[in-house]
Design a binder for this molecule. Structure first.
Ligand code: NDP
Ligand code: 8X3
Length: 261
């Protein structure tokens, strides 16, 4: 197992869900955590808990990945002990709305494209050159099965995750010949704040997404991320696809009525 002790792991979207679970997993390994999100109060409280529990070194940063100049200046001005990033987990992302193409809200579309595609690119562009220079690095993108199994009303979210899939594969091509590894973790239904965000705060509608199934947990995804990151440096796990057992594809989900469960 490749040790991550004192290696800097940078996780975007670490204030909740999959990103937060990844932070816990990497903290357990004794990595140094560079954690980013927009909700700083929440991120700082979470980081304090991790410091107490795992005695790890953590630096939190406010980062709205949609803002190119904020990403560039924040990454350029990282404190000296936090520049040498070994693992980048490009996790920040969201679905916003779920409507047909003819009814879709263009603001929702822009939010998804700006976060899931452009945000991932801005962060990657800021981090990868240093990895090449240092001869060490691993980029782990959080994609989705929605990136290749499209579903009705998923249009723009699916398109952004298809873009993540294309970017993961093309990053690997461009970085071939360097020691930098590139992986993607592509989950199906994971119960996080994802659906609450997608349905603009409507918790009742969000809960229906996971009704009658045992969904994946953020820890299930973080396990896979950690597995990729702890292989020997000559092993690149290119892709991990995980779904709940009840989910055969984005559209085929076996749901059991609560009373029958
Ligand atoms: P959550 O809503 O629980 O977490 C999303 C995280 O992304 C939060 O920490 C949020 O932090 C951060 N984020 C959102 N927008 C921005 C932004 N503009 N700049 C910086 N950070 C941002 O959802 P998940 O944990 O489920 O989602 C994580 C990733 O997993 C996403 O890329 C999602 O597409 C992917 N995914 C999720 C699945 C699921 O079923 N849940 C399945 C497949 C993939 P803050 O608001 O504080 O900025
Ligand atoms: C999130 C999973 O199926 O809701 O990427 O699009 S899905």
């Amino acid at each position: 197992m490749h040790s991550l002790k004192n290696k800097i792991v940078f996780i975007t979207g670490a204030s909740s869900g999959i990103g937060a679970s990844c932070a816990v997993q990497f903290a357990r390994q004794g990595a140094k955590l560079l954690l980013a999100a927009r909700r700083m109060e929440r991120l700082d409280a979470f980081a304090d808990g991790l410091r107490k529990k795992f005695s790890v070194d953590i630096h939190t940063i406010h980062l709205d990945v949609r803002k190119r100049s904020e990403v560039e200046s924040t990454m350029d001005t990282l404190p000296s002990g936090w520049k040498k990033i070994s693992v980048l987990v490009n996790n920040a992302g969201l679905a916003s709305g779920m409507a047909t193409i003819q009814d879709g809200d263009v603001d929702d579309w822009e939010k998804m494209i700006d976060t899931n595609v452009k945000g991932l690119l801005y962060v990657s562009r800021a981090v990868i050159p240093g990895m090449i220079q240092r001869g060490e690095g691993h980029v782990i993108n959080i994609g989705s099965i929605a990136g290749y199994e499209f579903y009705p009303k998923g249009n723009v979210y699916c398109a952004t995750k298809a873009a993540v899939n294309a970017l993961t594969n093309t990053m690997r091509l461009d970085l071939n010949g360097t020691p930098i590894r590139v992986s993607t973790i592509d989950p199906g239904l994971v119960e996080t704040e994802f659906s609450i965000v997608r349905f603009h705060g409507d918790k009742e509608r969000a809960n229906k997404t996971y009704e009658g199934i045992t969904p994946l947990t953020p820890d299930d995804i973080a396990d896979a991320v950690l597995y990729c990151a702890t292989r020997s440096p000559h092993v690149n796990i290119q892709q991990v696809v995980l779904t709940p057992t009840a989910q055969a594809s984005t559209t085929i989900v076996h749901r059991v009525q609560t009373s029958q469960k």
